[in-house]
Design a protein around this ligand. Structure first.
Ligand SMILES: [Zn+2]
Length: 150
């Protein structure tokens, strides 16, 4: 896992690529998303960020999230009837939702998996993005952050 300095530099570079600068607020929101990849909602992110930066407002956290999504550093994840969640894992993956506990897991997708999914489409359809989610029950011992390649 990259250390926080590397993360901060990577974030600054990526933001600069979008014509934006890294601010302490953007850095801390990004850091919180990297620390625990459990697909938090904006409210949960706000609570975690506030513990580190008590003066930050919810509106600022929303603005930071919007910026990170725009710069493709973070993805929004939508599940039926639920608040938007945020995922900082940019490797292609599906989600597994434990319907009993609400926990959300990343399920890595291999190039072969993706290619098979794309084969299911009729001719003439072009994919911009794939959103795949499973619902079910995860073993209690399943790690909150399953092994995913960075
Ligand atoms: Zn995810």
């Amino acid at each position: 896992m990259p250390d926080s300095t590397t993360n901060t530099e990577a974030l600054a570079q990526r933001l600069a690529g979008c014509g934006l600068r890294a601010t302490p607020q953007r850095e801390i929101v990004y850091q919180v998303l990297q620390e625990r990849r459990d697909h938090p909602t904006a409210d949960e992110i706000f609570a975690r960020v506030k513990a580190k930066m008590p003066t930050i407002s919810l509106a600022t956290v929303y603005n930071c999230l919007e910026t990170l999504v725009q710069c493709e550093l973070v993805k929004q994840v939508h599940f039926e009837r639920e608040s938007t969640r945020y995922c900082s894992n940019l490797v292609e993956h599906a989600h597994f939702i434990d319907t009993a506990t609400g926990r959300i897991f990343d399920v890595p997708l291999s190039a072969a998996n993706l290619s098979q999914l794309k084969d299911a489409l009729p001719p003439g359809f072009t994919i911009d993005d794939v959103e795949l989610s499973f619902r079910g029950t995860a073993a209690a011992s399943a790690p909150v952050t399953p092994a995913t390649t960075p």
